[in-house]
Design a protein around this ligand. Structure first.
Ligand SMILES: NC(=O)c1ccc[n+]([C@@H]2O[C@H](COP(=O)([O-])OP(=O)(O)OC[C@H]3O[C@@H](n4cnc5c(N)ncnc54)[C@H](O)[C@@H]3O)[C@@H](O)[C@H]2O)c1
Length: 394
C-alpha cells in the first residue's frame, strides 16, 4: 500500500462545529478507505490562549490568530469555515482566490448576493467546494433517497418537514449571534429551515414557489457574557433588540407538482432537535426523525391487506449507504457520523476532481429559497423562487 496524499486542513473557528468537523476528519480514515488522507494542519481563533488550547485538544499541528495568515500558508490544501454566517463570504472568496478547496458551514452566506459571489469565486478558481448540510448524510436519509429514485414511492404528493427546537424559549436567554440579523442573516429560517430545504431538494427536487410567515416572540434579550453553539451565559441588565425570526412557517409548490408544508421554530417546548420529514407518494411513504436517526419508517401501498402500515427499518446494514463502514447491523451510529460521511464525499471529490453535492451551487439554490420566503413573508404573497435568481444558468 503506497503513502496516501495528505489533504492538509486549515479550520477557522473551533467551537460547536469546530468540534464536529475536527472530530470527523480524525475519525474518517478509521472507517473509510479514501485515496487521500485528511490531516489537521492548523486552526484559527482570535484569542491566542483559547486557540492554543483548542489546537492541543482537537489535535491540530499548529494555530493562527488571523484567518488571513492561514489562507496565505502554502501548507494548507482545504479551508474549513466554521465561523458565524457573516464571515463566510469574505473567507471563502479569499480562500478560493488562493486556490484552496473549501468546506463551508451552512447557510452558505448572509445574503443571496454573497452566496452568488462565493459560487462565482470557486468556479473561477476551479477549487473543490461543499456546504455542510450534514443531515442528508444519515444512512436512513440516503436510503430514503434510493427508494424515491427507484420509484418505490411513486409520484410524490406531499412533503411535510419540521425543524423544532426550544433552546431560546426562556426570555432571559441572552442575545447570541444567532439572534442578530447582521451576523446571522435570518433566525430559525436560515439556521434550521435551511437544513429542511436542503433535505427536501435532495429527496424530492426543486422548489417552484413559496409563501411564508415569520414571527419574533421575544423582541429583546440581555447582552451575552459568553456563548458557543446553542448555549450562552449572561449576568447583564443591558438589553439588545432581537431582529430575526424566532419561528417561520411556509408552504411550497415543487416543480414536480408536490406540495410542501414546512415549519422551523426555536419555541417548540420539549423539542430539542426535532428535525423531521415525511414524504407521501402514490405508492408509498417515508418518515425520518433526527432524534431517532438510525430509523426510517417506510410504508408501501401494495403491502398485503391487513398487514399494511409503516414498518420501522433500522438503517445499519450494508444495504444502507455509508452504514456498512461502521458496525454490525443494529449497532447504531450518531450525529457525528453524518459529518464523517459528508467529509468522506469531500475527500473523494478532492481526489477525483469534482465538487460533491451539496456544493456551493446547492448553497446558492438554498439561499434563493430562503430569500423568497423572507420576501413572501414581507409582502404576504406567493413568490416564485426562480425570480430570485441573480445570474442565469448558474
Ligand atoms: N451543520 C450543522 O448542523 C450546523 C450546526 C451548528 C452550526 N452550524 C453553522 O456553523 C457555523 C458556526 O456555528 P457554531 O454553532 O459552531 O458557532 P459557535 O459560536 O459555537 O462558534 C463560532 C466560532 O467562530 C469563531 N469566530 C467568529 N468570528 C471569527 C473570526 N472573524 N475569525 C476567527 N474566528 C471567528 C468563534 O470564536 C468560535 O470559535 C455557522 O455558520 C452555523 O450556522 C451548522
Amino acid at each position: 500500500m503506497g503513502v496516501k496524499k495528505k489533504i492538509r486542513i486549515g479550520m477557522i473557528g473551533y467551537k460547536f462545529m469546530g468540534k464536529a468537523h475536527s472530530h470527523a476528519y480524525r475519525d474518517l480514515p478509521f472507517y473509510f478507505d479514501c485515496d487521500v488522507e485528511p490531516v489537521l494542519q492548523a486552526v484559527v481563533g482570535r484569542d491566542e490562549d483559547g486557540v492554543r488550547e483548542a489546537a492541543e485538544r482537537m489535535g491540530f499541528a499548529s494555530y493562527e490568530t488571523d484567518w488571513r495568515k492561514l489562507i496565505e500558508r502554502d501548507d494548507i490544501d482545504l479551508i474549513d469555515i466554521v465561523t458565524p454566517n457573516n464571515t463566510h463570504a469574505e473567507i471563502a472568496i479569499a480562500a478560493a482566490e488562493a486556490g484552496k478547496h473549501i468546506l463551508c458551514e451552512k447557510p452558505l452566506a448572509l445574503t443571496l448576493e454573497d452566496a452568488q459571489r462565493m459560487y462565482n469565486a470557486v468556479k473561477k478558481n476551479n477549487v473543490i467546494h461543499m456546504v455542510c448540510h450534514n443531515y442528508r448524510f444519515a444512512p436512513a436519509v440516503q436510503f430514503a433517497k434510493k427508494l424515491i429514485q427507484e420509484g418505490r414511492l411513486g409520484k410524490i404528493y406531499h412533503v411535510r418537514a419540521q425543524y423544532l427546537q426550544d433552546w431560546i424559549m426562556d426570555p432571559k436567554f441572552p442575545s447570541v449571534w444567532r439572534l442578530k440579523k447582521a451576523v446571522t442573516g435570518s433566525g430559525a429560517l436560515g439556521d434550521i429551515a435551511a437544513h429542511s430545504i436542503d433535505m427536501a431538494r435532495f429527496l424530492v427536487g426543486e422548489f417552484e414557489e413559496v409563501t411564508g410567515m415569520m414571527e419574533t416572540f421575544i423582541k429583546e434579550r440581555p447582552v451575552a457574557d459568553s456563548s458557543g453553539g446553542l448555549s450562552a451565559k449572561s449576568e447583564s441588565t443591558i438589553m439588545e433588540e432581537v431582529d430575526v425570526d424566532d419561528a417561520s412557517a411556509f408552504l411550497v409548490r415543487f416543480e414536480n407538482g408536490a406540495m410542501g408544508v414546512f415549519e422551523a421554530t426555536r419555541f417548540a417546548g420539549g423539542n430539542r432537535n426535532g428535525n423531521r420529514i415525511e414524504i407521501n407518494g402514490s405508492k408509498g411513504s417515508i418518515r425520518w426523525d433526527m432524534e431517532q436517526m438510525n430509523n426510517l419508517e417506510v410504508y408501501f401501498a401494495d403491502d398485503e391487506n391487513g398487514l399494511q402500515g409503516f414498518r420501522n427499518i433500522t438503517c445499519t446494514e450494508e444495504h444502507h449507504p455509508f452504514a456498512g463502514a461502521y458496525w454490525p447491523a443494529g449497532h447504531i451510529i450518531g450525529y457525528e457520523h453524518t459529518f464523517i460521511n459528508l467529509m468522506t464525499e469531500l475527500m473523494k471529490g478532492i481526489s477525483e476532481g469534482y465538487s460533491p453535492s451539496p456544493n456551493f451551487e446547492d448553497g446558492v439554490r438554498n439561499q434563493e429559497i430562503l430569500t423568497a420566503i423572507e420576501k413572501s413573508a414581507e409582502t404576504r404573497s406567493w413568490v416564485n423562487v426562480k425570480q430570485m435568481r441573480l445570474v442565469e444558468n448558474v
